[in-house]
Design a binder for this molecule. Structure first.
Ligand SMILES: [Fe+2]
Length: 103
């Protein structure tokens, strides 16, 4: 879900001065770690979110980070086997490549 960053102080004044929305595009954060590889902290964005065209408030959107999310019907087991009952959920598939540590 899109959400606004705090914009009641100097950040809000700066955003207003450049006529920029405080709303972030819908995104999902990740921190991926593995032995002997560099830690990756990133996020992906939801393809089709109208806020992407309006503009992410912190300039975080890159084309390579926009991913297709596929809605799953209620009753579809989650990847870890949970049953969410009558709630639906969304699935996204993408690859992550970690660089060797020290690079
Ligand atoms: Fe966030």
């Amino acid at each position: 879900m899109p959400y606004p960053i705090p914009h009641d102080g100097p950040v809000g004044a700066m955003l207003e001065s450049v006529d920029r929305s405080p709303v972030r595009a819908a995104h999902l954060h990740f921190m991926v770690t593995a032995d002997d590889l560099r830690t990756l902290v990133t996020h992906i964005f939801v393809d089709g979110d109208p806020q992407i065209a309006i503009g992410d408030s912190v300039f975080g959107v890159k084309e390579s980070l926009i991913k297709q999310f596929t809605q799953q019907d209620p009753g579809t087991p989650t990847p870890d086997g949970r049953d969410l009952g009558d709630r639906s959920w969304a699935r996204a598939r993408f690859g992550i490549v970690l660089a060797p540590a020290g690079t």
